[in-house]
Design a protein around this ligand. Structure first.
Ligand code: SF4
Ligand code: SF4
Length: 294
């Protein structure tokens, strides 16, 4: 099959992802004005052979797939080595209007945020499928781990509930950001975002990872300052010790679900208060950003 699109596969895939975010009608909050769910994405790549994926097995749990494992589950026939695989990861930033609305909230998600959580994530699914399709059309086997029928939630000894593939960990490996006190991924576009990935049999030079510490962008860990996400959480799920996933889940997926249905009249959920009105909302925060923050 022809592979004429891929002399510079990183540029080719980046432009395909950006083009889809820019032009797909499914990138929509599905509100009356049909606003976009996400602004321009950030894209990164890492090798299927990246040793971080073995580290994830130690930290998250042995069930967390390496790129080679999910690839071999999806394509049992071909013989492939981890070096031949690339993880393609993207960050979909929330729009300025969605962030502005959610900044004002004190307990529940704004309507735009709740719409981005549901309809935006539906678009993220179509983006994963779209990237798999265009790769396969060019002759590169590809899989979106989150869409694999074998993807599942698991219980991690250290982290509570986890899953066989974590989009945020794929983004971390792809140089796109590091974890904050509230567990969100702080990226150059901030933490108010959603993320996705595809594993493909294609060789692409990895994106430089400008960090070695998984908390490098959170000043709470690097400078002992900030912690602004702690009082933002209406459920008390964030403390100096980190993020309590179960408490967060009860608020975002049980209580907020009821609120969204009653208040906005659609089947939504979410929260994102710790991702907005905080210094890491839209950038990697500096000491000055934290100090300037109310
Ligand atoms: S609000 Fe501050 S402490 Fe919380 S994740 Fe962001 S930078 Fe870290
Ligand atoms: S998403 Fe909401 S409930 Fe969960 S930690 Fe953030 S602020 Fe708290």
């Amino acid at each position: 099959m022809a592979r004429n699109q891929t002399a510079d596969p990183a540029a080719w895939l980046s432009s395909m992802i950006k083009d889809h975010v820019d032009h797909s009608p499914q990138n929509s909050l599905q509100n009356k004005t049909n606003e976009k769910a996400f602004a321009e994405p950030l894209i990164g790549f890492c090798s299927g052979n990246d040793p971080l994926f073995d580290d994830y097995k130690q930290h998250v749990g042995p069930f967390h797939w390496t790129p080679l494992e999910i690839f071999a589950l999806t394509f049992p026939e071909p013989t492939v080595t981890a070096e031949e695989l690339t993880v393609i990861s993207w960050i979909l930033p929330q729009t300025p209007d969605t962030k502005s609305d959610n900044r004002k909230q004190t307990k529940w998600p704004s309507e735009r945020w709740a719409r981005a959580r549901i309809y935006g994530e539906q678009f993220n699914e179509t983006l994963r499928k779209h990237i798999v399709e265009i790769l396969q059309k060019e002759g590169y086997e590809a899989v979106a781990p989150m869409l694999s029928p074998q993807w599942s939630r698991k219980e991690s000894e250290q982290y509570g509930f986890a899953s066989t593939w974590s989009e945020r960990h794929a983004a971390y490996a792809s140089g796109l950001g590091t974890f904050g006190l509230c567990d969100g991924l702080i990226t150059p576009l901030g933490k108010a975002m959603r993320t996705g990935s595809v594993v493909a049999r294609i060789r692409i030079p990895p994106t430089r990872r400008p960090y070695t510490d998984h908390h490098a962008y959170c000043p709470y860990f690097t400078q002992g300052i900030c912690g602004k996400c702690i009082p933002r959480c209406p459920a008390g799920a964030i403390t100096e010790n980190g993020h309590d996933k179960n408490t967060c889940y009860k608020h975002t997926s049980v209580a907020s679900k009821k609120y969204t249905k009653k208040q906005y009249n659609f089947e939504g959920r979410g929260c994102g208060l710790c991702q907005t009105n905080v210094p890491c909302e839209s950038k990697i925060p500096t000491k000055e950003d934290v100090e300037a923050y109310p």
